[in-house]
Design a protein around this ligand. Structure first.
Ligand code: SF4
Length: 282
């Protein structure tokens, strides 16, 4: 709090003792909690739903942010389930949990799913319900990069009393052959020490800084896992993100044709799915 950081607290799936809630309630905070957690009606809550089962029955609250975590294949085969949620929520973030294992074959399926979801979103926009989703609407609302920025804008304090760049690093026990199975970047006693902190910055990410997939999470944990470098993305991350970018471009054009919204917004046509293919020679 002394460093003017906002606090996000990941709640367990069970109810916390009242004493905990009293202490937590004394500071500005955001609660991140499973969708099955006993009711928390705070507007600052973010509800996380695992998988696509029970979605239509799930009692979404319109003013809250909802996150669905699921596998890539679930998105491809369960697009209709995701689509059924849009009419009822203000914002739906969809987080893929296995982006690093996708293969080229699935990409057409992903594109088709995004187009089906676009049909539903377009209907919602036409009826005046401006639902947001990270996969399709964020890109056409943005004019510059809006990434996760873990390590630069956020830091995680884990239950072991240590700091991590983000919760993914805390839960990650793999050492990827590099011998550093421990990803903590300090602790409460000794403070925060992030080695090479500038590498988390957009300016020091050579591919990302020439990219216009502004909605990309630019996940540094995924970068670390797939390329061993926090500032270098995998081909998969870039391709998936560019399929979303291009689907967003199509949806934007359809919204402009059917409504008076976003009349001056333009997303230019590009002919690549990975900025690595157009990178300058350094
Ligand atoms: S699509 Fe690739 S290059 Fe572009 S911001 Fe995302 S990770 Fe970086």
């Amino acid at each position: 709090m002394k460093q003017n950081l906002s606090v996000q607290i990941v709640f367990p799936s069970y109810e916390l003792p009242k004493e905990y809630l009293t202490v937590i309630g004394q500071i500005d905070h955001t609660i991140i909690t499973e969708s099955t957690t006993p009711t928390l009606s705070s507007k600052n809550s973010i509800y996380v739903h695992s998988g696509l089962t029970n979605l239509p029955q799930f009692d979404f609250l319109k003013d809250l942010n909802v996150v669905i975590r699921c596998k890539f294949s679930e998105i491809i085969h369960g697009g209709h389930l995701i689509a059924s949620v849009f009419p009822f929520v203000r914002r739906l973030n969809i987080v893929m949990t296995d982006i690093e294992v996708i293969n080229g074959e699935d990409l057409d399926g992903y594109n088709n799913t995004l187009n089906s979801l676009s049909d539903v979103i377009l209907k919602e926009y036409v009826r005046g319900h401006f639902v947001q989703t990270n996969l399709l609407t964020d890109r056409f609302m943005l004019d510059e990069m809006n990434n996760c920025n873990a390590g630069i804008e956020t830091i995680t304090l884990a239950p072991d009393g240590k700091f991590y760049i983000c919760p993914a690093f805390y839960f990650d026990s793999g050492d990827y052959g590099l011998g550093d199975s421990c990803f903590n970047v300090g602790d409460l006693e000794n403070g925060l020490h992030i080695p090479n902190i500038r590498l988390y910055d957009l300016e020091h990410a050579p591919l990302c800084r020439i990219c216009d997939a502004y909605q990309c999470k630019r996940c540094v944990w995924l970068n670390r896992k797939t390329t061993y470098e926090v500032n270098t993305p995998s081909h998969e991350q870039c391709v998936i993100t560019h399929i979303e970018r291009n689907a967003s471009r199509s949806l934007l054009k359809r919204i402009q044709e059917k409504t008076t919204l976003l009349p001056n917004k333009v997303i230019k046509e590009i002919n690549y799915l990975d900025p690595f293919d157009i990178k300058p020679n350094y």
